[in-house]
Design a protein around this ligand. Structure first.
Ligand code: TRP
Length: 333
């Protein structure tokens, strides 16, 4: 008998272009996890609209993100790849879960406070409700595990609280998900300020390498990366944050170990080292970018992937939603 795989859920917002930090911290993991788990991977467009989006860009970014994931090796035959808004169950379950979530809990969420400060002119209900929608995403699929970065940890904790609260109020309904927190690459730093996480919305774009940066741009940005006044290529995040960050990137892109990389660059100046890191990244990204462009030219294929994804997502999610509606006393016909 085939062993039942555990269910894994993850999602990404189709907002700004992804950086190699997202690639190392998320996309690469999605690829590695897809054979071990029954994976549901969503493009979270409903979360994206909690801050104002330009409609044409949101549409374009949704498709381009899908193409990027497939180009990176996420296989639509192995996992369920879909757009969140294509499955109405998310909004429906979020509504029910709202009644099991306290306003005070949402007001205390770190990301809500940060985003409220950043978008003070648009502190909408969706921004505050964001974690409840995320809980609905996860709980609809009876998810066992959720790979999340540290920034989403609090949202996963509240998801667990909501699930337990509902299960206790009725009877076991939701699987209570566990977080898996990837170690390597979870925190690729900004090239100009390695103490900060490499971000798609950093003030200075020269500190971030985007997945669609061309070779010259990549090499130019690495040339400017901060190092230190020493000359040794050695992994020491406390005293050599810049060099260590570059080593992390290099190893993530080449599959080499830190020790191998240190040996390779022993006695080598920082200039040559930075060039080598830039070349390794550019070499790896070129075929991904070409494949992404090829896929984007085949819209019929991408639409087919999303259609099949939405059908499977709906089939699974709707079972959970029906159970929930029954338990809370919605009249069934
Ligand atoms: N909020 C997540 C982020 O910005 C994206 C997301 C939406 C998500 N729903 C999710 C992540 C469910 C994991 C599980 O990164």
């Amino acid at each position: 008998m085939e062993e039942q795989k555990k269910t894994l859920y993850s999602a990404v917002q189709p907002t700004n272009g992804l950086t190699i930090g997202n690639y190392i911290g998320a996309i690469k993991n999605w690829v590695q996890l897809q054979s071990e788990y029954d994976c549901f991977y969503a493009i979270a467009d409903m979360h994206a609209i909690t801050v104002r989006q330009v409609p044409a860009q949101l549409r374009q970014k949704t498709l381009s993100l899908l193409a990027l994931y497939i180009a990176c090796g996420v296989d639509p035959e192995k996992c369920t790849l879909y757009v969140q808004s294509h499955n109405p169950c998310h909004a429906q379950l979020a509504w029910v879960l709202n009644t099991f979530t306290y306003v005070g809990e949402m007001e205390r969420m770190t990301q809500f406070k940060d985003k409220s400060a950043k978008h003070a002119d648009n502190i909408n209900m969706g921004l505050m409700d964001y974690p409840v929608l995320m809980a609905a995403d996860i709980l609809l699929y009876q998810t066992d595990v959720v790979p999340v970065g540290i920034d989403q940890r609090q949202h996963l904790e509240i998801t667990r609280d909501i699930a337990i609260r509902f299960n206790n109020a009725y009877s076991p309904t939701f699987t209570v998900p566990e977080g898996i927190y990837p170690k390597v690459g979870a925190k690729i730093g900004d090239l100009l300020d390695p103490s900060k996480k490499m971000s798609k919305s950093a003030e200075n774009a020269n500190g971030s390498i985007f997945m669609d940066d061309d070779r010259d741009t990549i090499i130019r940005k690495f040339k400017r990366a901060v190092t230190d006044s020493n000359t040794e290529v050695k992994y020491d995040p406390e005293n050599k944050a810049g060099v260590s960050n570059l080593l992390s990137i290099y190893t993530a892109f080449t599959g080499k170990s830190i020790e191998e990389a240190e040996r390779e660059f022993a006695g080598c100046g920082y200039g040559d080292f930075k060039l080598a890191v830039g070349e390794a990244v550019a070499d790896k990204l070129a075929p991904v970018q070409a494949e992404q462009a090829r896929l984007l030219a085949d819209k019929a294929y991408l639409d087919g992937v999303l259609k099949r994804g939405a059908e499977r997502a709906y089939y699974v999610a709707n079972k959970t939603l029906n159970k929930v509606h029954k338990k809370i006393g919605f009249y069934q016909i």
